[in-house]
Ligand binder design. Structure first.
Ligand code: SF4
Length: 379
């Protein structure tokens, strides 16, 4: 089958499911931008996906609520969810798998044997270290054994969600199971961490597509997070930031400031200390679909020092002084957050792609050397 025919067949398959070419390319573009890949990579990523160049993904569950899987499945409409699942070639997923018991275990082992060293292992949930074996056994094996065995044979390991990244809610005091994140279990192995409760699925999609297309992983920070997505705090790019700077705060839920979309800092917003892309990259491809967007303070779900440790409505220390609350109130005609939010969110994809374009020079200059200097190979 020639390349043109391959493309027609692939697009035809997605079009039958209700996904247009435009949507397909848009999904690839958002995924590429989510991990900081420049705009010129979108065509290569799309071509690789169409050509079926997708590593098998084996998705394991440990101690969690399945919310990270849900975030992948809850795109704006079912066809995009199918597209996402198709793009990542999800070969094994305990929640979605039709098989169960011995049959599922055999399928897992068969996939691992067939794709050893090539598959992407996504781990969802924390791993219990207390009284190893007392908690979370699957198929007779402990979570630690499974993580070490399957993770050790993977080409790349991704810890999705805060539970897998650093322990999440199961690690909250008193942490009866001794819950820990995957990096603590697989010491010495590169683990891409995508904290969040849940994380944005496009960070996962971008990481997998980059690995499939270039054999590399995104540049990571000291906590194993894709630096592009987690380098900034929510507060830095929040659409309510002008209200914070002007000293206009929600004092109580439902008050006038809340109705005008003022800053949620005084109701406990953890945005000033939370590293995550939520204010730029919202959920389900729906403008405003994130906590602050719907009028709730950020919970700090990506941060080990905040989430499930600091009470929801306790204010965080910030390293810049809080502007006084006695600034004159914004005029109602100009104060609604919805207009600003729509404007900012409408620019989200453009901003992300624009930032990706800024990274293009660096990636582009090293492309001829085989791997971008920003990229980190899986061990
Ligand atoms: S709502 Fe939260 S993140 Fe947004 S400006 Fe206020 S404190 Fe910062």
């Amino acid at each position: 089958m020639g390349r043109e025919e391959e493309l027609r067949t692939a697009f035809g398959k997605w079009e039958e499911q209700g996904v247009s070419r435009r949507e397909f390319l848009r999904t690839c573009a958002i995924a590429a931008a989510a991990v900081g890949l420049p705009a010129w990579t979108v065509g290569e990523i799309a071509a690789a996906a169409v050509a079926g160049k997708r590593p098998p993904v084996i998705w394991l569950h440990f101690q969690e609520c399945t919310g990270c899987s849900e975030t992948l499945l809850r795109a704006s409409h079912p066809a995009v969810s199918n597209l996402i699942l198709d793009l990542v070639s999800l070969d094994y997923h305990e929640t979605l798998f039709a098989a169960a018991g011995k049959q599922a275990e055999e399928a897992l082992q068969a996939s691992v044997r067939k794709n050893a060293g090539k598959f992407v292992c996504v781990m969802e949930g924390s791993i219990p270290r207390a009284e190893v074996g007392a908690y979370c056994r699957v198929g007779g094996r402990t979570a630690v054994e499974i993580a070490k065995d399957i993770g050790g044979k993977a080409g790349a390991v991704i810890a999705i969600g805060s539970c897998a990244s650093w322990g999440g809610i199961p690690s909250a005091d008193p942490n009866p199971t001794g819950a820990e994140g995957v990096p603590r279990i697989l010491e010495g192995k590169t683990v891409v961490c995508l904290p969040g409760c849940p994380p944005n699925p496009y960070n996962l999609l971008g990481t997998v597509l980059q690995y499939a297309t270039y054999g590399t992983l995104p540049a990571l920070d000291s906590l194993g997070r894709p630096a592009f997505a987690y380098a900034r705090t929510i507060h830095e790019d929040c659409p309510r930031r002008p209200h914070f700077d002007a000293g206009r705060f929600v004092e109580r839920f439902g008050d006038e400031g809340h109705r005008h979309g003022y800053c949620l800092y005084k109701t406990g917003c953890k945005g000033p200390r939370t590293h995550a892309p939520c204010s730029l990259q919202q959920f389900n491809e729906v403008v405003g679909a994130w906590p602050v967007g719907i009028g709730h303070p950020c919970f700090g779900c990506t941060e080990q020092s905040l989430a499930f440790r600091m009470p929801l409505h306790t204010t965080v220390e910030i390293d810049r002084p809080t502007p006084p609350a006695n600034y004159p109130p914004i005029h109602a005609d100009h104060g609604g957050v919805s207009t600003a939010a729509v404007g900012v969110a409408g620019l989200t994809v453009g901003a992300l792609i624009g930032a990706g374009a800024m990274a293009a020079k660096k990636l582009g200059s090293s492309k001829g050397e085989g791997k971008g200097e920003n990229d980190k190979e899986a061990k």
